[in-house]
Every structure is written in C-alpha cells, then in structure tokens.
Write a protein that binds this ligand. Structure first.
Ligand SMILES: Nc1nc2c(ncn2[C@@H]2O[C@H](COP(=O)(O)OP(=O)(O)O)[C@@H](O)[C@H]2O)c(=O)[nH]1
Ligand SMILES: [Mg+2]
Length: 326
C-alpha cells in the first residue's frame, strides 16, 4: 500500500474540500481560546463604523497578546491601515476580509506538500522536540490516523531516557493495535531506531514513526544523541529519515521560535506539528512561525485523544481564527 502516493486519497482529504471552511470543521470550536484572544474583545470589528486608528491599535494589542509577535502584528496592522485608506476598505466586513487575506498570505507557505511514499521501503518520520510538548501523543495520533486509512504502521520507542516513555508508547501501541519496537530503559536510542527500521522493512510496513527523548535544545549532549539517531538511520538507508518533524506546544508562545531555530540547526527540520491549540490563547504564534520559518505545518493537535489531530490547512486555520461574520 502506498499511503502517501499522490494517486491515493489522503485520510483527511475532506479538509481540502468544502472551501476549506474552518467553520464547518471541528477546528472552529477547538480554536475558541485563541480566536477569542485574538479578536473576541474587539466589538468595533462588527460595529460597521469606518476603521480608525483606535480600532487598529486595539487589533494590534490583541495580536500581541495572542503571541503573534511584534513584527507580524505590525505587518498585519500596516496592511489593514493601507486597505482602509484605499477604496478597498469601506467598513467592517471589509476589515475582516482584509484580516483574512493578510493572515492567509502569512500562513499559506506552511501548507504542507503531500508526502510521496518511497518505493519498496517504509517511510520514516522522526519526531523531535523539548520535553512535554506532545511528541509521543502526536505520533500516536498520526499512527492512529494512518492505520485507520489502511496503512501498516510501526512505532519506534527511541525515548530510552525515561522508562515511563517506553511504557507510554507501548500503551498507545496496544490501544491502537500498532506494533512498537522497544528496548530497555537506557538503551542506545540509535540502535533502537536501526532495529525498528529493519523490523518495519521485514514486515512491509508503510510508515515507521520514531519517537525520541524530549530535551532542551540547549542541552548539547542530548542534541548529539538525536544527531546520532539520524546518522545511524541513514546508514541503514541513505534516504531515511524521510522527514524530521519538530513538535511545539502552542502554549509556549514566542519561545517556540528559538526551539525551531535550534532544532533546525542541529538536525534539519522538514516540518512542524503544533500541539495544545485547544488549551491556549497563544495560538497566534502559528503566524509568527509561518512568517519567520515558513516550514510546512503537518498536523495540529487540539486535545489529548487519538482523534484530536487535524492535518494543517492554511485556509481552514485562518477561518477558524477569525470571528464569524454576522
Ligand atoms: N490539551 C492537549 N494536550 C495535549 C496535546 N498533545 C499532547 N497533550 C498532552 O501533553 C502531555 C505531554 O504529552 P507527551 O506526548 O507525553 O509529550 P512529549 O514529552 O513531548 O512526548 C500529555 O498529558 C498529553 O496528553 C494537545 O494537542 N492538547
Ligand atoms: Mg514523549
């Protein structure tokens, strides 16, 4: 089975149809906190009055509180001001339209390209990130999603740093009926990854998801271990890992920018997963990430259970962040 091939429908293709409406998907309700933080208090957005400086200031303040960052907030407000000054802007519905347009322009580069399945071997995705951001949970959600769509999935427990981490992945494996390759606590993470790839190949899996230990990006010996996992996998097959995704917790706000920078320098990132968008008002950081790095955003997490995962779609995301047009 070639799950990732462009010929095959992706498991969540519905997100790319139906005009990508964030309002029609569950995403709209799940992003309520960020949306309220961004625009909830701005009643003048709906007043129908012409846009004035105080409205723009209010919007800028809210953007900053939602952790969009100074640069992006400035960019957005400048654009709104320019639109307001031009014939394009005649009142509030147009203000919302301008907001939608500028936000979409910023986020659009993060729309992920479809993953193409490699020939005759499993696709290998390695997940990295600091402690507690939701790497293991996100991997399990991804496993559930692809298993559900008929792929053969395997998990590699390469967080050997904490005994509980191996158990956590094994529990997910049991729940999802997905095999987990693990060794004991303290085992060499790179050796586990190597074994897991051999096992995934032998069992004709489509997808191997490699969990890794959480670490601060500033802990150099731990980052070295990640580099080693990557190097050892490449010895097994020069094409792997196919993808290295960084999971970040949206609740960490602007701190995620330095995480992306450091992990990218250390291992080279091909994508991001953004978690905990359900529990934070700082989801505006997605705009900051998009503006600064433009890395593909693969998935967003909006809860703790297996189904609380959405494939990222820029238009849908922007729709879910904006207040409903009354
Ligand atoms: N609310 C919420 N909680 C999440 C999400 N993703 C993960 N978590 C929780 O965050 C905690 C840490 O997750 P874990 O996967 O162990 O993080 P790791 O250390 O990066 O592997 C767990 O309690 C997860 O259930 C999410 O999208 N939303
Ligand atoms: Mg973990």
């Amino acid at each position: 089975m070639k799950l990732f091939s462009s010929r095959k429908k992706r498991p969540d293709d519905e997100s790319t149809t139906a005009a990508n409406s964030g309002r029609q998907s569950g995403l709209f309700s799940r992003l309520a906190r960020t949306r309220d933080g961004l625009f909830g208090g701005i009643t003048s957005l709906f007043s129908g009055d012409p846009v004035d400086e105080s409205t723009l200031e209010e919007i800028e303040d809210h953007l900053l509180v939602a952790d969009v960052g100074v640069e992006v907030a400035g960019k957005i407000v400048n654009r709104l001001r320019a639109d307001a000054a031009s014939a394009k802007q005649g009142g509030q519905p147009q203000l919302l339209q301008s907001l939608r347009e500028v936000m979409l322009e910023i986020i659009q580069p993060c729309n992920p390209e479809e993953l193409i399945a490699p020939e005759a071997r499993p696709m290998v995705i390695m997940m990295v990130g600091v402690n507690g951001v939701g790497k293991t949970t996100t991997l399990a959600k991804i496993a559930a999603r692809y298993k559900h769509s008929g792929s053969r999935v395997m998990l590699a427990a390469c967080d050997t740093f904490r005994a509980a981490a191996i158990e956590q992945l094994q529990n997910w494996g049991e729940r999802l009926e997905v095999p987990v390759i693990a060794q004991t606590h303290g085992a060499d993470a790179a050796a586990v990854a190597f074994d897991a790839f051999s096992a995934a190949k032998a069992r004709h899996c489509d997808l191997l998801l490699v969990d890794t230990a959480g670490r601060q990006h500033t802990q150099s010996e731990l980052v070295e271990q990640l580099v080693k996992v990557k190097r050892v996998l490449a010895k097994a097959d020069s094409g792997i890992p196919d993808q290295i995704w960084l999971t970040v917790d949206a609740g960490n706000g602007q701190n995620v920018l330095s995480q992306v920078h450091h992990f990218d320098q250390a291992v080279g990132l091909t994508g991001l997963c953004i978690t905990k968008l359900d529990g934070t008002a700082k989801g505006g950081v997605v705009l900051a990430l998009a503006d600064r790095f433009g890395l593909p955003i693969r998935f967003i997490g909006t809860g703790e259970s297996a189904e609380d995962l959405s494939q990222f779609d820029a238009a849908e995301f922007v729709d879910a962040l904006l207040p409903p047009v009354s």
